[in-house]
Each structure stands twice: as structure tokens, then as C-alpha cells.
Ligand binder design. Sequence first.
Ligand code: UD1
Ligand code: UDP
Length: 405
Amino acid sequence: MPFLYIDAHEFVSIQYMTRKTIAVIFGTRPDTIKLAPVMHALQRESARFRVVKIATAQHRGMLDQVLDVFKIKPDYDLNIMQRKQALSALTAKTLQALGNVLDEVQPDMVLVQGDTTTTFVGSLAAFYKQIPIGHVEAGLRTNDKLHPFPEEMNRRLTSSLADLHFAPTETAKKALIHEGINRSSVFITGNTVIDALRLSVRKNFRFSLPDLNDVVKEWKKIVLVTMHRRENWGAPMLGACRTIRRLAEVHNDISFVFPVHLNPAVQEVVGATLKGLQNVHLVEPLNYLDFVNLMAKSYFIITDSGGIQEEAPALGKPVLVLRTVTERPEAVTFGTVRLVGLDEEKIIREGTRLLNNKAAYQKMATAVNPYGDGKAAQRTIAILKNYFGFTKSVVREFRPPTARS
Ligand code: UD1
Ligand code: UDP
């Protein structure tokens, strides 16, 4: 076979000719946290990939906190957020704005993450321009279209549009294949949230919010609480907050720290029910580093969050989930996460059990990590390199543990 002689300059320009442009679309706190490791890993592959970071800013303050922690500077910031935004207006505005940006950027692929409106609309905007779509954290399902709302449908609709599906677990991969997605397009990567967590939890961490250093020093135990789910707005959330108040009144030697989501629907209910107790600390949303390090120092967690159900088990922290169904069943199976729903007596019973019964606590507090090994972003990039023909490597899928450690 004849040799093809090219000089170094030409070689570089050929390399850059084949460089692929990846538009990464994000906009809320969780999708940005989980895409941060992917964006950083893509940037390290700058000979092959040009990364264009597009923030819808579906969230504003809570997005900026994440951008700041992970030192991400968006190339486009659509500044979409409005106070008390409705889903239809948010969807329409985001779709139009993303369409314009994609026309300008002309990417070879769009990457989206998870289940937010930004995720679904980002994939729809890409589909309208016939741009291939990669979905990070694909395949999570409750199979109940109203729980969580609208996230279950955001995920299912995104799966129908996506070309590459980065499933965090085997359960997620099976769900996608069961729905008829071509198995050759589905890869188990683990969840990138574990990549982010591993880089962020430190032993002698000093909180940037000084009050937290005092809380950790002064209280013998901390229960960390978060709540924001749309389907819990109104009476269910009010009931859950009243229940947490009852729990805090009985256990007045324990600190309940509640970083309150900026959504006015959450702020109003939480402020009205939980203010005024000396052991309940209502704080602004914490920056990611403060939050995960507080999680590491807490005794257990009460939440309706998706991401926290993945992070807490990795830290060996029991979680009571204020939902009746979850698209993250793995840690429930392992026993670190328990679904208590919005049933007031169940929340009290399970919360009291964790506080008073050491054996019951220990049974839940075993560190398990069904969600990742810290290499999810690395696998995602390896799969992208294969997809674009840069490499033909065998990418070994993430294998979760089969039993509690
Ligand atoms: C959104 C996602 C949800 C995700 C959650 C993570 C959708 C439909 N919902 O819910 O899947 O679990 O983010 O937190 O995609 N607000 C601020 N500042 C902020 C963020 C929000 O003031 O930084 C207020 C605004 O008034 C905004 C409202 O919260 O209109 C709702 O924000 P939105 O993104 O629509 O819904 P979330 O409940 O935050
Ligand atoms: N988080 C944070 N600060 C907070 C509360 C949560 O940084 O005050 C992080 C948390 O560690 C997790 C993510 O936000 O990675 C979860 O986001 P959220 O609960 O808003 O959304 P969900 O995961 O339910 O979609």
C-alpha cells in the first residue's frame, strides 16, 4: 500500500476538518450538575470535539450557582426564566430560542440530560433541524405519566427522539430496549452525578455559608430536607411541611436544615409552615459544594428530589423519599432509600424510627453505589468517539454491585 506523505501542518488541518461540534444544552440546576463532568471531559478532547455550551437558563440563580462551582462559561445564554413560569410558555419560548441558536451553531450532535423541559425541548429543537441527539441519563421510568410530572413524559419523549442513549443503570437500559429502542444505541455508562460527587465531597470541608459551619459544630445530628416536585405543590407539600414541623418539635435536639428551592410555589408553603422553630434552619439553595458536603455530614435525608436519591446512597445516608413511585428503584432495592410518599403518619413513623432505633438506622445507612463509579463521563466520550468514527474501541459498560457492601 503506497504511503501518503503529508506535512505536520496539513495533518493538523485534516484533523481539524473532521473535528465534530457538540452542542450541549442545559438550563436547570440538576441537568447542569450532571452535564458538567461531560462538558469538562469533552473539552479535554479538543482535537476531536468543539464544545458549544448552550444555557437555556430555565433556572437563573440556581443555574448560576452551578456554573460558578464548575467554572462553566456558556457560549449562549438564552436567559429564559420568568417568575412562576408556566410549562407551555416555557416550552414555546425555549423551542424558538434554541431553534435560532442551532441554526447558527450547526452542530454535529446535540447532548441533553435527564428530564427537564430544557431536556425535552432541546431534543425537539435538534430533531426539527435533523441533528443527531445524545441523551445522558436515559431510560429512567416510573411508567406513570403523571409521576413525576412532567418529567416522566419529558424522558419518554426525549427517548423517542434520541439517537444515542446513555443509560445510567441496567434497569434503565432494559426499559429502553423494552420500549423498542435499538439496543445497539443504548450504553450503560453509570450516572455522571457520581463523577461530580466524587470530585466534590471532602473531609475537612469549610462551608462557604458560615452558618453551616456553626450548625455542623453545634448540633449533634442534622436531618437535611429538600422539596420541590410540581405534583406535590399545594396541599401535599403543605401536609409534608406540617409533618416535618411535628418531627422537629418532638426532636428538638436535632437540627433540620432545609435549603428552600427558589420556586415561589415552594417558598410560600415552606416559609408559612416551618418558620420560627429554633432547630429548623431554612436557608437559600446551597451551592453544590456546600450541599453535597452537608449531605455527607447529615444523619439522614428527607426529599422528593431525583438527584439526591442517587447521591445519598453513595454517601451511606438513608433517604426518606416524599413520593409514592420512583424512577430510581435501585437504591430502594438495596435498602438505603425508602418511599414514604406524602402520608403524614408514615413520615413521622419512619423519621422517628431512624432517629430512635440505631439498628434500623444502621440497616439503611450502608453505602451502596448502584448509580456509578465516577467514570460515566469518560464512557460517554468514548462512545461519542466511536459514533463519529474517531476510534473503534470496546467500551466496557458500568456494572453496579450485586449486593450491599
Ligand atoms: C425544574 C424542572 C424539574 C427539576 C427542577 C430541579 C421542569 C418542568 N421542571 O422544576 O424537573 O426537578 O427544576 O430543581 O423542567 N426559580 C427562580 N430561580 C431559579 C429557579 C427557579 O426564581 O434559579 C423560580 C421561578 O419563579 C421559576 C420557578 O421557580 O418560574 C419554576 O422554575 P421551573 O424551572 O419552571 O420549575 P422547577 O420547579 O424549578
Ligand atoms: N442541590 C444543590 N443545592 C441545594 C439542593 C440540591 O446543589 O440546595 C443539588 C443536589 O446535590 C443534586 C441536585 O441539586 O445534585 C438535585 O437537584 P434538584 O433536587 O433541584 O432536582 P432533581 O434532581 O429533583 O431534578
